[in-house]
Design a protein around this ligand. Sequence first.
Ligand SMILES: O=C(O)c1cc(=O)[nH]c(=O)n1[C@@H]1O[C@H](COP(=O)(O)O)[C@@H](O)[C@H]1O
Length: 272
Amino acid sequence: MTSQELTEQIFKKRSFLCVGLDTDLEKIPTYLLSEKDPVFSFNKAIIDATHKYCVAYKPNIAFYEAIGADGWKALKKTIDYLHSEYPEIYTIADAKRGDIGNTSRMYAKAFFEDLGFDSITVAPYMGKDSVEPFLEFTNKHTILLALTSNEGAFDFQTLKNGEDELYKKVIETSKGWQNSENLMYVVGATKAEYLADIRRIIPENFLLVPGVGAQGGSLEEVCKYGITKNVGLLVNSSRKIIYASDSSNFAEIAGAKAEAMQNQMAEELDKL
Ligand SMILES: O=C(O)c1cc(=O)[nH]c(=O)n1[C@@H]1O[C@H](COP(=O)(O)O)[C@@H](O)[C@H]1O
C-alpha cells in the first residue's frame, strides 16, 4: 500500500489508529487456551471487533517467536486473514530487524515476500547498507527507529553527536539513502514535544507513534506537534485495547476502546 492510499484510508475511516497485536498467552482470556490455535482465535476476534476503527495492525513479532513454531503459524494465519478479509488494512511487522546487507535481505524477504507485510520496523544502528535491502522493496515501507518511547531512549538517541542529537542525525542521514521516500519513522508518544523538531527535518513522512495508552503518551500532544495536512501519523495502542477485558466479551470491549480512540482521532482530523 502506498503512503497516498494509506492517507486515503485515514480520511475515509476518520482514524489513524494502529492496533498492536502483542498477543500473550498469559494475558488472553483463559477459556481460549483450550482452542487449537488460541493466538489466532484471539487475533481474529480482536480484528473482527476493531477493524472498523483502525487503519493498521502491528503484530509485534517477539510475542509470536516466544512460543516457537506455533507462534509463527499463528502469525501467518493472522496476516493471511487480514489480506483476505480486510485487504484495505495496512500491516506492520514490528520486528526491529537490521544486520549486514546480506542478512537484512533475508529479513526483508521473510516479512515482505513470504508473509506479505506492507512494512517492517528496522533498527538504524548498523547504518545504510543494513537498511537499504529493505528499501529495495519499493512497494513497501521501512520504518526506522528514530526516537523510541522507552526510558533507555535517553541512553544514546538523545546524546549530542556534534551539533545534533543522534536521533536527528539518524533521520537526516537516512534521507540520503536509496528509495528514502519509502521510509517512515518511529517516534514514541511519550516524547511528543520532540515531534516539532522532527517535523522540521521530515515534514511529510509518516510517523509510527507507539506509547499512547499503557505507556502514558497523549494523543492530543502527539497531534499538537506531529500531525500534518496529510495526517502523517499512525498512532499505535496495544495492551490498552486488546487486554481491556479478559471476559468472554473481550473483543466487544476492545472494539469499544478502539472506537473511543477513533472518535478522538476524528476530532483531531476536524481541526486540519
Ligand atoms: O516499534 C514499536 O512499535 C515500538 C517502538 C517504541 O519506541 N516503543 C514501543 O512501545 N514500540 C512497540 O509498540 C507497542 C506498544 O505497546 P503498548 O504499550 O501495549 O501500547 C509494543 O509492541 C512495543 O514493542
